[in-house]
Design a protein around this ligand. Structure first.
Ligand code: 6PG
Length: 233
């Protein structure tokens, strides 16, 4: 969907997923990067704080950088600073990557945590993802072995970033009940066009194929080359 304000629409989607869940637990995987930062800040605002069934929510991260939580690159740190530190979500329901461990061990531990909390075939109720200019999502980059890994989590070396990253694999994302991509801005225009117009491009973002088609929340700039997309004016 094409909207004026992706964050406002994302918040409405959160509300819908929570309402749909009734009193059932809601498991969510958050994305990193800059796009969701405004959403985290809005979720941490006083008006949102009182509305949420905090006891139902369990949070994971679709990917992480191998840095401590207080490092500026930490995806968990970004969500904690803007949102989690402002709300009464019990820490026992928040599952950051164990970045104190070596990357491969962190991936092994995180996969074990996933299966302990969500079951042997872990199904998220809601997964937030972004997309990078070359079509990566989470920390699944073009050519990565993690794209075809049978494991639930991996620690691939990402040449374009010259670092190891920690990421869940398509196997996990594709088990999810609802996957939502957030993308906005002119710099996402071309990759969004390719993601839709070039189905055989083999982009990592195209490896995310859950049973329920992913939703895309886009602003006009990112969706500029998607003529057939429904537009919510
Ligand atoms: C990360 C993210 C990554 C991100 C895209 C888009 O850890 O960086 O998980 O996949 O979603 O790179 O990033 P922006 O939102 O900053 O454009």
């Amino acid at each position: 969907m094409v909207v004026d304000d992706v964050t406002t629409t994302a918040l409405a989607l959160w509300t819908g997923v929570l309402r749909e869940a009734g009193d059932r637990r809601v498991s969510v995987a958050l994305s990193g990067g800059s796009t969701p930062l405004e959403m985290f800040s809005r979720l941490g605002a006083p008006d949102m704080r009182s509305q949420w069934p905090w006891e139902q929510l369990v949070l994971f991260w679709g990917d992480e950088r191998p840095v401590p939580p207080d490092h500026p690159d930490s995806n968990y740190g970004a969500a904690r600073e803007r949102w989690l530190a402002q709300v009464p979500l019990p820490t026992r329901q928040i599952y950051p990557w164990p970045t104190q461990a070596a990357p491969e061990e962190a991936a092994r531990q995180y996969a074990a945590t996933l299966t302990t909390v969500l079951g042997p075939e872990p199904v998220f109720d809601l997964v937030w993802l972004g997309v990078g200019p070359e079509g990566h999502t989470a920390s699944l980059f073009p050519g990565s072995a993690a794209l075809s890994a049978d494991a639930l989590a991996a620690a691939p070396f990402v040449a374009v970033k010259d670092t190891v990253r920690l990421t869940l694999t398509p196997r996990v994302f594709n088990l999810s009940r609802r996957v939502v991509f957030l993308a906005r801005g002119e710099d996402k225009r071309e990759i969004v066009r390719r993601a839709f117009a070039e189905p055989d491009a083999g982009l990592p973002v195209q490896s995310i194929q859950p049973a329920a088609d992913p939703w895309w929340i886009l602003d006009r700039a990112a969706a500029a080359d998607l003529p057939a997309f429904p537009r919510f004016e």
